[in-house]
Design a protein around this ligand. Structure first.
Ligand code: S3P
Length: 417
């Protein structure tokens, strides 16, 4: 890992091709690796470390995968017992735990230090209710799945989490009977959309999902851009009074909480080239031409923007008034405890930000200074710090190339001269 220095930007005016969506890329790989129906192509796949972890796991399980530029050719296979290293990828670890629970074989799942500190009990509890035999390490990785016969359950999820929901859905396709999942608030619905497209026996009614035994068929997908990555140039344009166009941004309603917040702040956002499919996309133009109002983020909107909170906090530093994030305790169990790491990162740049139990309070409008930030290897904290530094007085980011988890080329494409 190497450190990265980011200089103050003077007039930001940039056209960015949106980085491909990480959640959809990982699902496209794992679902097709398990599918029947033969070889299929995936276009515009994200080639980031997290997706490469998913590709590596799928290959170890038996799938054939060839990468060709931004495309992948995937041929599913019956999965065989093996050890799987998910690296930093929570989505890969959690979805695989569900997918493997009802199969024949023994599968050990490991991850890096950060992933090994993230909770797995939220996944293993419902899977065990379905009959799964999983031995974990104090509720964490490493864990071993001993494939077992599963049966459907009705499960009211205590937290809104697309990873947990998807793990249960993937276990349900290999279970006897129907599984009903009820979410407290709707989280990203890519698994629902993609499994439906793959012949999955899935019914969605608001926050309620019914899923039964299914044989999923290989399916071509072209992956749209990741709004969680688009958030960085968008917030940089707004924070610095500049302009950006981000092309081909995925605008699935379960992901666009950030755009709702920015519009409420008074941001000038325009949409063009809207493509209306199950995973819609659009080009987004943002002009930082007005005075923004501070935001309050609370409650139901959190799952629709949870990964964008670090960069929204960076933006809040440039907005006069008090911005507040509440009801976002989930931030504590991301790649780092993001309440602590965002607060430390922005404080190192002179921001007035105070952590709370379930969020943070930012008194914006205070001039930032140059500083050194340790994002603790968390890609989104590194990129949020880069935005605050570029719109402020510069920043040195320790191990700044940890952004490769989701946004290889981030510094060159979004920040560099
Ligand atoms: C993801 C779901 C979210 C998100 C993560 C990706 C997914 O996590 O933070 O970056 O692909 O399903 P949770 O399910 O833990 O909320």
């Amino acid at each position: 890992m190497s450190d990265v220095s980011v200089r103050k930007i003077h007039s930001y005016d940039r056209v960015v091709e949106c980085m491909s969506d990480k959640s959809i890329s990982i699902r496209a790989v794992l679902f097709n690796a398990f599918a029947v129906g033969g070889r299929v192509r995936i276009d515009n796949l994200l080639l980031s470390d997290d997706v490469l972890s998913a590709v590596d796991c799928a290959k170890r399980l038996g799938a054939r995968i060839e990468l060709d530029g931004n495309s992948a050719y995937i041929e599913g296979a019956p999965f065989a017992s093996c050890e799987l290293d998910c690296g930093n990828s929570g989505t890969t670890a959690r979805l695989l735990t569900g997918l493997l629970a009802g199969l024949n074989g023994t599968f050990t799942i490991t991850g890096d230090k950060s992933l090994s500190s993230r909770p797995m009990k939220r996944v293993t509890d419902p899977l065990k209710m379905m009959g799964a035999d999983i031995v974990d390490t104090d509720g964490h990785l490493p864990l071993t799945v001993h494939g077992a016969p599963l049966h459907g359950i009705e499960y009211k999820m205590p937290v809104a989490s697309a990873q947990v929901k998807s793990a249960i859905m993937l276990a349900a396709i290999n279970a006897v009977g129907t599984t009903t999942i009820i979410e407290p608030t709707k989280s990203r619905d890519h698994s629902e959309n993609m499994l439906c497209a793959m012949n999955g026996n899935v019914k969605v009614d608001g926050d309620r999902i019914e899923i039964g035994r299914s044989i999923i068929h290989s399916q071509y997908f072209t992956v749209p851009g990741d709004i969680s990555s688009a958030a960085f140039p968008i917030c940089l344009a707004l924070a610095s009074g500049g302009k950006c166009v981000v092309k081909n941004v995925g605008i699935n309603k379960t992901r666009t909480g950030i755009l709702d917040v920015l519009e409420n702040m008074g941001a000038n956002i325009k949409y063009s080239n809207v493509v209306n499919t199950a995973e819609p996309s659009a080009d987004i133009t943002v002009v930082g031409d007005g005075k923004l109002k501070p935001f309050v983020i609370d409650g139901d909107i959190v799952p629709r923007l949870v990964d964008e909170i670090p960069v929204l906090c960076a933006l809040a530093c440039f907005v006069d008034g008090v911005s507040v994030v509440k009801g976002a305790g989930e931030l504590k169990v991301k790649e780092t405890d993001r309440i602590a790491t965002v607060t430390a990162a922005l404080s190192a740049l002179g921001a007035d930000i105070v952590p709370t139990d379930d969020g943070m309070i930012i008194h914006g409008g205070k001039k930032l200074k140059f500083g050194v930030v340790d994002p603790k290897l968390d890609h989104r904290i590194a990129m949020a710090a880069a935005v605050a530094g570029a719109a402020g007085e510069g920043v040195k980011i320790l191990d700044g190339d940890c952004v490769s988890v989701s946004y290889p080329n981030f510094y060159k494409e979004v920040i560099g001269d």
